[in-house]
Design a protein around this ligand. Structure first.
Ligand SMILES: *[C@@H]1O[C@H](CO)[C@@H](O)[C@H](O)[C@H]1NC(C)=O
Ligand SMILES: *[C@@H]1O[C@H](CO)[C@@H](O)[C@H](O)[C@H]1NC(C)=O
Ligand SMILES: *[C@@H]1O[C@H](CO)[C@@H](O)[C@H](O)[C@H]1NC(C)=O
Ligand SMILES: *[C@@H]1O[C@H](CO)[C@@H](O)[C@H](O)[C@H]1NC(C)=O
Length: 117
């Protein structure tokens, strides 16, 4: 049982990593019947010479379980950044999403939205 779960989680992580590298977009979970928009915001950081840009977005909701999280890279040419979930997420009522530039000196622009039931 535990091994099976481990294998499923490993595949999910591989799929996620492949997706993130290919598109720089992060999408976790899916819309369920009754899912409503809980939060949306655009995060924009300009590049600063010699620095990486990083920002943690924390969202929490006292009532609803998160069903889908997206961080869409609006710099669609792949120079934008990387998004990852560092705590909470789908199935939780909170999530911390880390937004990072792809290289020193670069900024990022992400559109983040969170749905839940
Ligand atoms: C991000 O901010 C920069 C500098 O303020 C601006 O030039 C750019 O248009 C902004 N991009 C978005 C997508 O808001
Ligand atoms: C959230 O998930 C918990 C645990 O699965 C469940 O008991 C609860 O009913 C869910 N809440 C909503 C609003 O769906
Ligand atoms: C990538 O896209 C951003 C935003 O659309 C733009 O400011 C930047 O110049 C583009 N970079 C390249 C290398 O095309
Ligand atoms: C996020 O949710 C988890 C599980 O419900 C909880 O244990 C944790 O304390 C929460 N974290 C924050 C910062 O609210």
């Amino acid at each position: 049982m535990e091994r099976k779960i481990l294998i499923i989680v490993s595949f999910a992580l591989l799929a996620l990593v492949g997706f993130v590298i290919a598109r720089n977009d992060l999408t976790v979970g899916s819309l369920q019947p009754g899912s409503v928009l809980l939060y949306q915001q655009t995060y924009n950081r300009t590049g600063v010479a010699g620095q990486m840009q990083s920002q943690d977005v924390f969202y929490t909701n006292p009532l609803r379980n998160i069903t889908r999280i997206r961080a869409l890279d609006l710099n669609a040419n792949g120079t934008g950044g990387f998004a990852s979930i560092v705590s909470g997420g789908v199935g939780f009522r909170n999530v911390t999403i880390r937004l990072q530039s792809s290289a020193i000196g670069r900024g990022f622009t992400f559109f983040v939205d969170i749905y839940g039931n």
